[in-house]
Design a protein around this ligand. Structure first.
Ligand SMILES: Cc1ncc(COP(=O)(O)O)c(C=O)c1O
Length: 487
């Protein structure tokens, strides 16, 4: 007698019932995003979100299904108009790339594949490996160097600190923790280094105070003589220097440390040399910026982002480590359920999950691979060169306006300045907020020598001379208006 198995109904699939209707809707969604980018200049850079829209997001999502076209409409009405604005050529705040349509389309392909790049033997992993090889060549690293896509440079810096820690303390530190030997370890970066370097020390268990900050010169570059002095004093005090983090493009003013001099200091002292090249490292693609990065190939590790000057859509951070073995030893964690084979899907070891903490990893490599293949590295380099030229132009415009004061000249693509006025910090902060709300341009702010600065960081490949003019003209107009309000 054959056993009668109970039937299991097929009702869990989330695929559409009507693929023809879905296809039409998908094309509408694609068209909307192509229009968004194509017509971006017709929009304000940024639009403050009305309270009603904010309240809309505070409501419960609900349990009932909503047709795709309705959710798409909701997105078009409530999300897209109030996005951060970094696609717009007038966006000049913080450090944000503009993305490309190529990258956007590649994101759609990656979403469709739904690839998990933690490991296993499949073509997406080979794409990431091809990108790792490209990065290696860019920085003149050897074949044995390893690399990994991560969210961003904050994460890449953290992983680099962990690799430097394991290189110094040995792999036992992965089980035992940093212990008394680790508590003596000290790292160094300049006062102008990004805050995520101190945070990396905190997260790695050293505490942020274990990062000693060197003074900087007048251009915000690390004072390497002072670095050597600090290392000597720390050694004399019984501490153990182990890591120096150089900056290739500081966040405030775009300073590039003397990487060759730091490399020499690290060699002399036997220290790990890591470079935070969040945006500056890709300056290697620009014939005018690359010479400024002299010595970058001497580093033990480099952290940088493709989503900044590389114009790849968010997020696409990267860590490159010269000694791939040390990188591997810092993260590889054998587990029965991750067993490797020489054939079948479990082949192809080592896997990306052996080089970082993420086991589930998206296909960040694809949008980067598409960007490089479709546009070519030279075009990305040309956009980098152009943004530095625009920064020089902005500097000229500031110099020609008596009402404006240059606070930090363009070293790369960042210019800091302010409107000359009494109560300068308050008025300049008001100018920046009013500018952002006007939708004309969106610079951000920073503080340099206790002075609040308007900070224009030119990263977007769409930004042109006219956008820089619009920024300057609007600052002058707003400055005059606020100055009059003081009278
Ligand atoms: C110099 C520098 N380092 C690190 C970071 C952090 O990078 P991410 O935002 O990709 O984590 C930034 C961000 O702007 C930066 O400018």
């Amino acid at each position: 007698m054959t056993k009668a198995w109970p039937p299991v109904a097929n009702r869990s699939s989330l695929d559409p019932e009507d693929w023809t209707a879905l296809r039409a809707q998908a094309h509408r969604m694609l068209d909307d995003m192509l229009d968004y980018v194509a017509d971006i200049r017709e929009r304000p850079v940024w639009t403050p979100m009305p309270q009603a829209v904010r309240d809309h997001f505070r409501a419960d999502i609900g349990d009932e299904p909503t047709p795709l076209e309705e959710v798409h409409r909701e997105f078009m009405d409530t999300v897209l108009p109030y996005a951060g604005g970094n696609v717009h050529p007038g966006f000049m705040g913080w450090v944000q790339g503009g993305g490309t349509v190529t990258g956007m389309l590649a994101e759609m392909l990656a979403g469709g594949l739904n690839a998990n790049l933690g490991g296993r033997d499949h073509a997406p992993i080979e794409v990431e490996r091809q990108m790792v090889a490209w990065v290696r060549r860019l920085f003149g690293f050897p074949e044995s160097a390893s690399g990994l896509f991560v969210t961003g440079t904050s994460m890449a810096n953290l992983l680099a600190v962990l690799v430097a820690r394991t290189a110094r303390l040995g792999t036992a530190a992965r089980q035992d923790g940093i212990g008394p030997a680790g508590q003596k370890l000290r790292a160094y970066a300049s006062r102008a280094a990004h805050g995520c370097v101190a945070q990396a020390m905190d997260l790695a268990g050293f505490g942020s105070d274990a990062l000693h900050l060197t003074p900087v010169d007048a251009s915000s570059r690390m004072d390497v003589a002072a670095l050597r002095g600090m290392i000597a004093r720390d050694r004399a005090a019984g501490l153990e220097p182990f890591l120096v983090v150089g900056s290739a493009g500081t966040v405030d003013v775009g300073a590039v440390d003397d990487l060759r001099a730091i490399a020499q200091a690290c060699r002399d002292e036997g220290l790990w040399f890591h470079i935070d090249g969040a945006y500056g490292a890709l300056g290697m693609l620009s014939p005018t910026v690359a010479p400024r990065l002299d010595g970058i190939g001497e580093a033990d590790s480099i952290a940088f982002d493709f989503h900044k000057w590389g114009q790849v859509p968010y997020d696409a951070g990267f860590l490159l480590v010269k000694d791939g073995r040390q990188h591997h030893e810092s993260f590889a964690s054998p587990a029965a359920y991750l067993r490797r084979e020489t054939r079948g899907m479990a082949a192809g070891s080592p896997w990306p999950c052996d080089f970082g903490p993420d086991l589930s990893r998206g296909f960040r490599a694809l949008k980067t691979w598409f960007t490089l293949k479709v546009h070519g590295a030279n075009a990305i380099g040309a956009a980098i060169t152009h943004s530095c030229e625009l920064a020089k132009y902005l500097e000229l415009r500031i110099a020609a306006e008596p009402a404006l004061e240059l606070l930090a000249p363009a070293q790369l693509n960042i210019v800091c300045f302010r409107y000359r006025v009494e109560d300068s910090d308050r008025i300049n902060a008001d100018i920046v907020a009013a500018l952002q709300e006007s939708g004309i341009a969106a610079p951000s702010m920073t503080t340099l020598d206790d002075k609040l600065a308007i900070r224009a960081a030119l990263f977007n490949h769409r930004t042109e001379q006219a956008d820089v003019d619009a920024l300057v003209d609007a600052v002058l107009r707003l400055g005059l208006r606020f100055r009059r309000s003081l009278d």
